[in-house]
Write a protein that binds this ligand. Structure first.
Ligand SMILES: Nc1ncnc2c1ncn2[C@@H]1O[C@H](COP(=O)(O)OP(=O)(O)OP(=O)(O)O)[C@@H](O)[C@H]1O
Ligand SMILES: [Mg+2]
Length: 349
């Protein structure tokens, strides 16, 4: 009988464990909690925005546990359809469904003795959640198309960016599974909350990129670039920082990196002048070339005033963007919109 082996899921060489860098208090607290729970044989739930390092943290939880020499497998639940999630997790018997031409073991069986990382767990359908709950409670499951129960010893680490409590409240996530998985909940801090780490990480990624490009010296960021990196909000967190830095390094002609491009999609053909709101008096229903030149100069005057106020609020708040938004009487979201336009203008200069 052709049973898919554990090898199918694990690589020949052990995975490269990336060093998790950071020296901010929030990051160190997080790492401390992670190291403490790693050897405790219970599920852990990692919650964090995209690109914060959830997968990296899951790997560390495994390699710092007593299961480190056993398999560490991952299933990204957002990448698969509901029926595929079930057969990927639990495997299937020959003939279980059309196309099941041979028996195949699933991730749970392949991870026996080790750790299974369920990424984007909020996307798991309810029927499959029921089956996972049984594994967590009774260490047993059945392959799809088989009545036989298989005993298993797998530690589950789950990750999500979704609000699982809200999903549970609207019956889209099983509350009893959530209770079991949340033995320990680790919240990965977003990069904007650990701004002390931005430069450390930026220099690390820049150095690695330089080595990859075969440069003989390690590049440095100009003071303006440092300021730009430190003041950006990093919605895509560390993954975005890595991309931005690597792009800046490879594009640079010198070892002093000055040009930081946050948005690679920004078109050089777009007008840099900010648009007036479409419902502003006098412009309704008119195309740009129908607007009187006097309106255009007014537009520029309004823009200059906005910039003046923005710069003064940033100075007063010592570059704390939340405080600056408050000084200006803007919501943080409105402030970010204005700030982005401002940064683009500065980058153009
Ligand atoms: N503390 C850190 N030090 C160095 N690199 C890090 C750190 N945290 C994350 N990274 C790197 O940032 C990138 C994103 O990390 P990871 O894939 O673990 O994030 P994620 O939270 O799982 O993202 P997503 O939600 O998009 O799946 C990876 O290249 C990872 O190696
Ligand atoms: Mg991930």
């Amino acid at each position: 009988m052709n049973v898919t082996s554990e090898k199918q899921y694990s690589s020949e060489t052990p995975p490269r464990v990336t060093e998790a860098l950071g020296q901010s208090e929030k990051f160190l607290d997080f790492q401390e909690r992670l190291s403490r729970v790693a050897p405790v044989n219970r599920p852990v739930l990692l919650i964090g925005e995209r690109g914060t390092g959830k997968e990296l943290a899951a790997g560390r939880l495994h390699y710092l546990s007593n299961r480190w020499h056993r398999p560490f497998l991952t299933l990204n639940c957002s990448a698969l359809s509901p029926s595929l999630i079930e057969s990927e997790l639990f495997g299937y018997e020959k003939g279980a469904f059309t196309g099941a031409s041979q028996r195949r073991i699933g991730r749970f069986e392949a991870a026996d003795g080790g750790t299974l990382f369920l990424d984007e767990i909020g996307n798991i359908p309810l029927e499959v959640q029921e089956k996972i709950l049984r594994v967590v409670e009774y260490y047993a499951f059945e392959r799809v198309g088989s009545p036989d129960s298989i005993d298993i010893d797998v530690r589950i680490i789950a990750a999500t960016n979704a609000d699982l409590k809200a999903l549970a409240a609207s019956n889209r996530f099983k509350l009893d599974l959530l209770d079991r998985l949340s033995f320990e909940v680790l919240i990965v801090p977003p990069l904007r909350e650990r701004s002390e780490d931005i430069l450390l990480l930026a220099n690390y990624f820049a150095g690695r990129m330089a080595v990859e490009l075969g440069w003989e010296e390690i590049p440095e960021f100009s003071p303006e670039a440092v300021k730009a990196l430190e003041h950006y909000n990093w919605p895509g967190n560390i993954r975005e920082l890595k991309n931005v830095v690597e792009r800046a390094v490879y594009r640079s002609d010198s070892l002093k990196i000055g040009d930081i491009i946050f948005d690679p999609f920004r078109s050089p053909y777009q007008s840099q002048e900010p648009e007036l709101p479409t419902d502003s008096p006098g412009t309704k229903g008119l195309s740009t070339d129908q607007i009187d030149p006097i309106d255009k100069s007014m537009k520029k005057a309004v823009w200059d005033l906005k910039i003046q106020m923005l710069e003064s609020a940033l100075a007063k708040s010592k570059f704390n963007q939340k405080k600056a938004a408050k000084i200006l009487g803007l919501t943080y979201h409105q402030f970010r919109g204005l700030y982005r336009q401002y940064k683009e203008m500065k980058n153009e200069e």
